[in-house]
Design a protein around this ligand. Structure first.
Ligand code: MF3
Ligand code: CO
Length: 249
């Protein structure tokens, strides 16, 4: 069952999303060669506190940090730690906020200084895939219209979509129904209705879609060691089309 949110609930989710984008925006300003992901996590914790919110991730199934920070071949769920950014790296930061019992979820992949043309094309495609997916989040479309739009965008550019992780409904829990795969056939899955709130999050690999989980039990890396990118927005389906609740920049 996919919950239809009331306007009041959407407003609360919107506020949580605003916190998430504020934190992400501030963390982006901290990015430079030499900073460690643990330092970014400390800054995130400070920002959540300042905004009267908490991390949606900390403690979730035992997750030990405030944000996910995934560098280069790390796809998602990178646990912040001593790894330091280098010029030319790409880093995905995933920020989930909890405010007044509601959740907002956003992720973005950023360049660190000057990056290769390959890396830059990967980021561009993954971001485009998110936009293509969001454009399908319309009343009376099917859920997998989103999935298939993402997959086409990615595969047409010669990249692959990760199968192991999916997007999700979001609201008074971080993960609600439905699961939103980043691959699938158009016309399949439940029909979308106004008031559904979805976190759409394509994970795009430069090479093969296979991933493996490191010994820390969280960090997902590409099996072939090549780059990966991850972009996520929380959106609401409305009569006037998708509203991006985590719009920023
Ligand atoms: N954006 C990711 C998700 O929606 C982040 C989850 S990290 C976790 O699944 F630690 F909370 F699991
Ligand atoms: Co998410």
């Amino acid at each position: 069952m996919i919950k239809i949110k009331t306007e009041k609930e959407v407003e609360l989710i919107r506020q949580a999303c605003l916190v998430a984008v504020k934190v992400l925006g501030q963390l982006k300003e901290c990015l430079r060669a030499g900073i460690s992901t643990a330092e970014l996590d400390i800054e995130a914790e400070r920002l959540f506190k300042e905004l009267g919110a908490t991390s949606a991730f900390r403690g979730y199934h035992g997750y030990p940090a405030n944000i996910c920070a995934s560098i280069n071949e790390e796809v998602v769920h990178g646990i912040p730690g001593p790894r330091r950014l280098k010029e030319g790296d790409i880093i995905s930061m995933d920020v989930g906020a909890k405010l007044k019992g509601y959740f907002g979820d956003v992720a973005w992949t950023f360049p660190v200084g000057q990056i290769s043309e390959n890396a830059s094309k990967l980021l561009q495609t993954a971001q485009e895939a998110l936009t293509c997916g969001i454009n399908q989040a319309r009343e009376n479309n099917h859920l997998l219209d989103i999935s298939s739009a993402i997959q086409s965008c990615v595969e047409c550019s010669g990249y692959s979509v990760v199968r192991k992780f999916v997007g999700h409904g979001i609201g008074s829990k971080m993960h609600e129904e439905p699961e939103i795969p980043n691959f699938g056939v158009p016309g399949a899955g439940p029909v979308l209705k106004s008031g559904m709130v979805l976190a759409i999050e394509p994970m795009v690999n430069e090479g093969d879609f296979a991933v493996e989980i490191l010994e820390d039990k969280w960090t997902a890396v590409t099996k072939d060691g090549r780059l990966a990118a991850h972009f996520e927005h929380t959106i609401c389906v409305t009569e006037d089309g998708p509203e991006i609740l985590t719009a920023w920049g």
